[in-house]
Design a protein around this ligand. Structure first.
Ligand SMILES: NC(=O)c1ccc[n+]([C@@H]2O[C@H](COP(=O)([O-])OP(=O)(O)OC[C@H]3O[C@@H](n4cnc5c(N)ncnc54)[C@H](OP(=O)(O)O)[C@@H]3O)[C@@H](O)[C@H]2O)c1
Length: 321
């Protein structure tokens, strides 16, 4: 089993001697920029002139610059922009005209692994992938903790990658060494079948079945959606075994029977098909197709105003007060 690298395995002084340019101030960009700043790293955030987040970044104490000068200034460039936007950035004059050798740090290996971008051999390329959304990365750091993550240094700079992990708080929990291929394929698979594909769809479907059967929408939301967090907390940083021992015998018995019925061989085969589409590049081709933006918008439209969300919205504020 692979090793878990902690704070003691990383030397933060390496990244403190570098000039670091973060491109973008979105979910990861904001969290990583603020964590680096508080770790004593010399950073700049590079934004497009049209960016609407410039004033927020400045208010939060960040030095902001245009993309070209910030990239020229930096030793380390961290593109924290959507994966589908990487080709536009990497084909731009700002990056293609860089003459000196730099290190590129990616938070996800997508663009490098699927070669949607080309990075000149004179540059070093590493991966530092937090296992959490930007908000959690920032919030955990602020309370002196961190989130775990993955790192890879297939094109040199392993010590710098570990140093960067430490500066954004990942080694407070621990990081595992991986490859770009493994990070990309497992990350896409995990989010599609479990985290953001499977779990929400499971909740939405269960809610719809209950409401269609005539049950009250608030009751159905409480059962299918609200209670999820309490159950996740029972196995988070623990085991399913301990979760089963904390629930009632009725819940446990029903879980085994229905769990096996839902997640049968047909579902497992679908999971395998999804993994294969990620490994073969079929999913990447769909994301790179001309219809990607239109596709994404129509999915967004379809998933707006779901019944389960309306039921949640009708009760959440009252539950909070
Ligand atoms: N979201 C997560 O929590 C998460 C977790 C782990 C890894 N990652 C990885 O982290 C990276 C960043 O993801 P994200 O979700 O943080 O991105 P994001 O929030 O969607 O990034 C938004 C930022 O990207 C900038 N941007 C977009 N296109 C650009 C372009 N062509 N040139 C320059 N700037 C551009 C935007 O600029 P404007 O201000 O001008 O609009 C904005 O500041 C991705 O590789 C992703 O896979 C994300």
């Amino acid at each position: 089993m692979s090793e878990l690298f902690k704070d003691n395995d990383a030397d933060i002084s390496i990244i403190r001697t570098k000039k670091v340019c973060i491109v973008g101030y979105g979910s990861q960009g904001r969290a990583q920029a603020l964590n680096l700043l508080e770790s004593g790293v010399n950073i700049k955030v590079a934004l497009r002139s049209s960016s609407k987040v410039k004033s927020r970044a400045v208010e939060e104490g960040i030095s902001v610059d245009d993309i070209e000068p910030a990239i020229e200034w930096a030793d380390v460039i961290v593109p924290l922009i959507p994966d589908a936007s990487m080709p536009a950035l990497f084909n731009s004059k700002e990056i293609t005209s860089v003459k000196s050798s730099k290190t590129f740090v990616f938070a996800h290996g997508y663009a490098v692994h699927y070669e949607t971008i080309k990075i000149s051999e004179m540059h070093r390329v590493v991966l530092v992938a937090p296992s959490a959304p930007g908000k959690a990365l920032r919030n955990e750091f602020k309370v002196g903790s961190g989130v775990p993550g993955l790192f890879s240094s297939e094109r040199d700079d392993r010590e710098l990658a570990l140093s960067y992990c430490k500066a954004i708080g990942l080694t407070r929990r621990g990081v595992v060494e991986t490859t770009f291929k493994e990070e990309v394929e497992t990350d896409l698979f995990g989010e599609q079948v479990v985290l953001t594909g499977g779990i929400p769809k499971l909740i939405q479907t269960a809610y719809d079945v209950m409401v269609d059967a005539g049950y009250d929408s608030k009751v159905s939301w409480l059962v299918a959606c609200y209670e999820v967090k309490n159950i996740v907390d029972l196995f988070f940083m623990s085991t399913f075994d301990s979760m089963y021992s904390s629930i009632s015998d009725t819940a446990e018995y029903g879980s085994y029977i229905s769990g096996d019925k839902i997640f049968n061989d047909a579902v497992k085969n679908q999971f395998k098909e999804i993994l294969e589409s990620i490994q073969s590049g079929k999913f990447k081709d769909r994301m790179s197709s001309l219809s990607y933006n239109q596709d994404l918008e129509s999915f967004r439209h379809k998933y707006k105003n779901l019944g389960v969300d309306k039921a949640g919205a009708s009760i959440i504020e009252k539950l909070k007060s």
